[in-house]
Write a protein that binds this ligand. Sequence first.
Ligand code: PBG
Length: 368
Amino acid sequence: MTGGYQDSGSVQYSALDIHLLRTHLARQLCSAKTWHMPDTPSFPATRLRRTRSAPWSRDLVRETQLSPHDLIWPLFITSGRDAEEPVASLPGVSRWSVDNIVRRAREAAELGIPCIALFPNTPPDRRSDDGAEALNADNLMCTAIRAVKDALGDDIGVLTDVALDPYTSHGQDGLIDENGYVLNDATSEVLVGQALNQTEAGADIIAPSDMMDGRVGAIRGALENGGHQGVQIMAYAAKYASAFYGPFRDAVGSGGLLKGDKKSYQMDPANAREAMREIAMDIAEGADSVMVKPGMPYLDIIRSAADRFDVPLFAYQVSGEYAMIEAAVTAGAGDRDALVLETLTAFKRAGCSGVLTYHAAYAARLLG
Ligand code: PBG
């Protein structure tokens, strides 16, 4: 610095002084702890709050978009006409008779929801040890599939659950031996029959949820051989033996029947690498899309799967997760709209193509 001269109490600098001062300051700033030239992002060159400051800007930089098209709406079917049976452990969710299922399906289509998932509450007198009702072409499930497809055609997709638990008198997803062990290969054969039964009724996506080994390949083979090449399979590929399924079992009426647990076929919640093997196998066997279930406690599995596999990936935000959100709202511990949108956005952020959620219609309305 060359100095300056005093004039009426203020210091005056020449153009050269100012240039040197600037250079000096810039050097000092660059060497100071709080300032680096912005080759690595750091404060204050980088202030992450800049892009967050206004709604238009948040809209502009948002990495994940949630839309009604991302949602699949699970619906429970019951017998009768114009019937609605609220499910106590799932406040806001009901079982609907087939005519009302068609109304719900139309509502979904109008909201931009592309697909519904159907689950029957089979009447008790139609449940048996072998779950034979699953093969009845006129069971609740097939009646509902036909009714929705007759009314709406391709205006909505119909995904159907393949597993025996809504049909067995013991509440397990498969056939059991004398010790109560769920038999793999024998169950798989029945699941193939169940899948064909649903396909013939008009199902668009077959979704095996039973976790038997090899059932995706067996169903894919049967669909190919049966002339149903266009029918999709969404494999419940990484489905955990979870404590979050309780309200669902109430809804399909299997909860009170189930003795023991499903740990010999559903996955151990402690395992992540095994989930990748499950998903890889289901893709190899002919799954068009795969699912991780439950949802929120398993976002790490979703992220790993999204990074690893180039296949549409879905999460099931299951009944216990829905019930937790509703319980929080009732307890005054959270705002429903915000909780619903935040959790669903989290699935997209983690890498999901879409989410099965009991909040689907509610969320679609919020999303407009
Ligand atoms: C049946 C099935 C279950 C769910 C979907 N399909 C329950 C279970 O495996 O016991 C759970 C869905 C939910 O909790 O919302 N195989």
